[in-house]
Design a binder for this molecule. Structure first.
Ligand SMILES: [Zn+2]
Length: 219
């Protein structure tokens, strides 16, 4: 008769050479836990330091973010460059082009890939004033962008370090060299000012006298 697991558990230790079932299960649980731990993405701290060129490009991205605000778009600017060569640059265009994917990073990646006639941007750096969201972080990985420099963190949508680590998740087939917090105060101040102004405008709209509606007639 073939012994059951329980039989093995009871007799294993007595037989000496058999592995007790309880110990085997504990070992399997340990292996599973180890596998989960190994596959869990780690928050990768920003490595390296921004070079003079990176700072120059980020200042350019900040100028684009200001233009974005002037055009009533959320002020985020992006520059994609290879060495000293700027391949593409833009800001948020979601309102202008009525496109939910119209974030600065997506637009600049599309333009750069079209200009270079390749979707692989592995020898390029992307400088963006705000931490990319999940959509943009995904696009950065898909485009195999070599380096990412970003300004301020995004507590509500940041997918590079804050909420997710998409650009450094070892389960994905590409990881990006990341430098965060570059001219972050300026980028953050632009966003704060923009949303403060927008809230004030919305409040003013609400306080505008409205036309008196006709009363509903009694039945
Ligand atoms: Zn985005």
């Amino acid at each position: 008769m073939i012994p059951s697991h329980e039989d093995e558990a009871q007799t294993g230790s007595l037989q000496g050479n058999a592995f007790p079932a309880g110990a085997l299960h504990a070992f399997m649980r340990w292996v599973k836990r180890l596998t989960i731990l190994r596959s869990t993405p780690r928050a990768t701290p920003a490595r390296g330091r921004a070079t003079e060129r990176d700072l120059r490009m980020m200042r350019r991205a900040l100028d684009l973010a200001r233009k974005s605000a002037d055009a009533d778009e959320v002020p985020v600017g992006a520059v994609l460059y290879r060495g000293d060569e700027i391949i593409a640059e833009t800001h948020n265009l979601r309102e202008a082009v009525h496109d939910p994917t119209g974030h600065a990073e997506i637009m600049v990646i599309r333009r750069a890939a079209a200009a270079m006639k390749t979707w692989r941007l592995s020898d390029c750096t992307l400088a963006v004033t705000l931490e990319p969201c999940p959509m943009c972080a995904g696009a950065i990985v898909q485009a195999r962008v070599g380096r990412l420099i970003y300004g301020t963190s995004d507590p509500k949508a940041g997918a590079v370090h804050t909420l997710y680590n998409l650009c450094s998740d070892r389960r994905l087939n590409h990881s990006v060299e990341i430098i965060s917090g570059v001219l972050a105060d300026e980028a953050g101040e632009l966003l704060k000012t923009f949303f403060r102004r927008r809230r004030a405008e919305n409040k003013a709209d609400l306080e505008q006298p409205r036309p008196i509606r006709s009363r509903p007639r009694d039945r």
